[in-house]
Design a protein. Structure first.
Length: 199
């Protein structure tokens, strides 16, 4: 019984990835191009998420400043909210809905990009404030959400981009967000470094 349930998890995950490939290929390619254009023009990438998405935000910032699979010069990326002590201090001073927005106001500049990871509606107030702060700083926003992007999706401008995972179950959304981030890093490396020589 338990083994069947575990197998079902694998099958559901695989089915979602297969079904989402067509729907997400174009927006993920557009997102990769947006990031490369911003980075090569001197912009920085600010990555933000709350809850489980904070871990994914930290991973993306590390993959950009360090490396994904190939060696290349580091790219300017900062994970917002990565320091729990600072996050708590900002929340205490400005309110929990401003924890990301305050960092964007302090660190964001025109030409920078905000990559925002949204799992579900629980953090919408803080994520919406982050989008508004980024737009006020003349930053471009890339929102990677679940099937229902909520207030975050509604707040995006024409120059922003939405990548909406076509699922509502939290663990499936997180799995797909990680895959989207892997695809973004691979596409960025491809555009900056070209095709890898066959071994």
């Amino acid at each position: 019984m338990l083994e069947q349930r575990i197998q079902t998890q694998f099958f559901e995950s695989a089915d979602l990835k297969y079904q989402a490939a067509d729907a997400l290929a174009r927006p993920v390619a557009q997102a990769a191009q947006m990031l490369v254009t911003g980075l090569t023009s001197g912009g920085r990438v600010l990555v933000a998420g709350l809850g489980g998405s904070a871990t994914l935000a930290l991973w993306l910032a590390q993959a950009l400043t360090g490396r994904h699979e190939r060696d290349r010069p580091g790219l300017a990326a900062i994970a917002l909210g990565a320091d729990g002590v600072a996050l708590a201090a900002i929340g205490a001073a400005a309110g929990p809905e401003q924890v990301l927005a305050r960092q964007i106001e302090a660190l964001g500049h025109p030409g920078d990009l905000l990559v925002l990871l949204r799992e579900h509606e629980a953090h919408d107030t803080a994520l919406l404030a982050a989008v508004v702060a980024a737009q006020q700083r003349e930053m471009t926003v890339l929102a990677i959400t679940g099937k229902q992007p909520g207030a975050v999706g509604a707040a995006l401008a024409d120059t922003d981009l939405l990548v909406a995972v076509p699922h509502e179950r939290l663990m499936r959304v997180r799995e797909m967000q990680l895959l989207v981030l892997h695809c973004l890093c691979d596409a960025i490396d491809l555009q900056l470094l070209g095709e890898e020589d066959p071994e």
